[in-house]
Design a protein around this ligand. Structure first.
Ligand code: LER
Ligand code: MN
Length: 262
């Protein structure tokens, strides 16, 4: 397993400072923003070559969403995601993390909540967007890691099972599942059981504890979760995406030591 950290939560002004910092702490890799691939691919290529750190993935960093009621915003998301995958494939970055949508509505579920959308319409938009992205990804290469978010951040995909249904409906090897432990701590009844159930399509993972702090700082049962990952033979990357710690110089090395004990 490769342990990575998102650049957004690592101290440093430049990509190089962040990569150097992660290498000093002993992490295996980095999750960059999709914006790095769109806006500074040459700088990223140089930093990757100089530090030897693996870029395990990109996450976000484009405009609009795959499910967006504004057609121009959805078209922009599709075009930028296609471009990120193409540049990523050139740089040897395996894939991009994409939620269906972020921050454009919740599915809180308690009465008397009412919604100005239907799940079927959202699902149709998602299937159409993914088909367009995958059509170009077949030529360029690069995987799409589909990420369910908790009900307060995304109204479309909240559970691994909901994302799996989309992945199965499309049935494309470049479309894979991206479980995030923070979202799972809200939405999954049994995290290890869900990881086992969807093992066949997991391409990447996000790490944060139940309170979105570093792994080891909340009440997630990490021993049980990693037992499941070991049992399913997961050999990919796990990228930390959490609230920036108050004391990064101590907290990030402590979290890595904790993860390695698992
Ligand atoms: C947002 O909560 C999140 O988990 C990100 O990974 C969205 O892609
Ligand atoms: Mn995430």
């Amino acid at each position: 397993m490769l342990f990575a950290v998102q650049t957004t939560i690592v101290p440093g002004e430049t990509l190089r400072e962040k990569f150097d910092q992660l290498a000093r702490w002993g992490y295996d890799g980095v999750e960059v923003s999709g914006a790095d691939l769109l806006e500074r691919p040459d700088e990223l290529r140089r930093v990757m070559a100089d530090t030897g750190l693996r870029v395990t993935s990109a996450c976000g960093g484009y405009h609009g969403w795959l499910v967006d009621r504004n057609p121009r915003a959805r078209a922009l998301a599709i075009a930028e995601i296609q471009r990120i995958l193409a540049v990523g494939a050139e740089l040897g970055i395996p894939g991009l993390v994409v939620p269906a949508a972020y921050g454009i509505g919740a599915r809180a579920g308690l009465p008397p909540a009412r919604y100005a959308f239907t799940v079927d319409e959202d699902r149709a938009l998602l299937l159409d967007s993914l088909a367009q992205v995958l059509a170009s990804a077949e030529t360029t290469g690069g995987a799409l890691y589909l990420e369910p978010l908790n009900r307060y951040e995304d109204r479309v995909l909240n559970t691994l099972a909901e994302a799996r249904a989309i992945i199965d409906a499309i049935g494309h090897p470049q479309l894979q599942l991206m479980p995030d432990f923070f979202h799972m701590s809200i939405e999954e009844a049994d995290i290890p059981a869900s990881l086992r159930a969807h093992a066949a399509v997991i391409g990447h993972l996000h790490l944060a504890d139940s309170n979105r702090q570093l792994p080891g700082e909340g009440h997630t049962n990490w021993a049980a979760a990693f037992a499941a990952l070991r049992d399913i033979g997961y050999r990919g990357a796990l990228a930390i995406e959490c609230k920036p710690p108050a004391d990064p110089q101590t907290a990030f090395p402590t979290a890595l030591r904790f993860l390695r004990t698992l």
